[in-house]
Design a protein around this ligand. Structure first.
Ligand code: NAP
Length: 309
């Protein structure tokens, strides 16, 4: 049987591109499959200030472009082809392409990432990256001395609300119930933080702004139906994320809430299948840790291939 590649990488965000860089530089027979443009969520990030090596920061687009160019310098083959399914049950892994046909490989790195849940209200898309953010760790320093709103009551929203108070003067937490989902220990910290004000039983109905970006948020109390408005310069939508796992056979490998479980070598529960980046089950999702995991995943795949021979 002819096997198409030693290694296939699925996903062309920072994790996939890093795995691709290492694999191509190690002269593995590798191809990276991406459904659209390379860069992943970074492409939707206005400005990146926390990726090492760029002391002045750079735009998400520039970072994606530089990562792609660096991988291509080592002749990484990147194919724009969506995957619609895969079979991981055998030693040789098979990927089903949307355009028809299959590709086979000895090792696979899954790096398809995740996407933040959107609140789907007027103004959200219009002001994305102009005051609407899905990552407080990334964007909090842009809100020094300002007033911002956090939507959500889970661990992410509550932890990030605390982080935001290091920069913002005032943080409103807007939650649709009168009780937080976040763990008690995180709750105790934010309840003691006098920069944070909770607005309970309330959902946002619109984000408003002008050519400077976000200027306010419109709200509705779900118990009383009362409408209100708040002047804010930033809205952090932190209501959970979804793994991009639609093409992955979740009955064939171990997952947690749809995120892939890996060990410290980035190996999944299936021999020869590794995963890295936002798709894996973990607490922190940053470009820098995705890149680190992808490095480990590629070196582990290389080690696995060496032991097959
Ligand atoms: P999450 O636990 O699913 O919480 C999502 C929050 O957003 C909930 O409070 C939910 O409200 C609210 N929400 C969802 N859809 C909404 C909508 N359409 N409108 C308004 N509010 C909405 O998500 P997460 O906080 O991102 O956490 C994801 C996972 O990572 C969790 O397992 C979490 O424990 C873990 N995590 C752990 C840590 C840590 O241990 N330090 C830190 C961050 C994340 P309801 O409560 O009413 O459903």
């Amino acid at each position: 049987m002819t096997i198409d590649h030693e290694l296939i990488i699925v996903g062309g965000g920072p994790a996939g591109l890093t795995a691709g860089l290492y694999a191509a530089r190690a002269k593995l027979d590798v191809v990276l499959l991406e459904k659209g443009a390379t860069g992943g969520q970074v492409l939707n990030t206005d400005w990146v200030d926390n990726y090492p090596g760029f002391p002045d920061g750079l735009s998400g687009f520039d970072l994606a472009d530089k990562m792609t160019a660096q991988a291509k310098r080592f002749e990484l083959e990147i194919k724009q082809t969506p995957i619609i399914g895969m079979d991981l049950k055998h030693d040789i892994k098979t990927l089903h392409l949307e355009e028809g046909g299959t590709l086979t490989c000895k090792t696979l790195i899954l790096a398809t990432g995740a996407r933040p849940n959107h609140i789907d209200i007027p103004g959200e898309a219009e002001f994305a990256a102009r005051g609407v953010s899905y990552c407080a760790t990334c964007d909090a320093p842009f809100y020094r001395g300002r007033t911002v709103a956090v939507i959500g009551g889970g661990n992410t929203a509550i932890q990030e609300a605390g982080h935001l108070t290091k920069f913002a003067d005032k943080v409103y937490v807007i939650h649709r119930r009168d009780e937080l989902r976040a763990t008690k220990i995180l709750q105790e910290k934010v309840f003691a933080n006098n920069k944070i004000e909770f607005i309970w039983d309330t959902i946002p109905t619109a984000i408003t702004g002008d050519n400077t970006g976000v200027t306010g948020i419109e709200l509705k109390n779900v118990k009383t139906d009362t409408a209100s408005k708040l002047a804010v310069e930033g809205v952090f939508v932190l209501i959970g994320i979804q793994p991009n796992n639609e093409m992955i056979p979740l009955d064939q490998l171990e997952t947690e809430n749809g995120f892939i479980i890996t060990d410290k070598e980035m190996l999944t529960s299936v021999p020869g299948v590794f995963a890295a980046g936002d798709l894996i089950s973990k607490n922190f999702r940053q470009i820098a840790n995705a890149v680190g995991e992808a490095t480990t995943a590629c070196l582990s795949a290389e080690h696995y291939l060496a032991h097959l021979k």
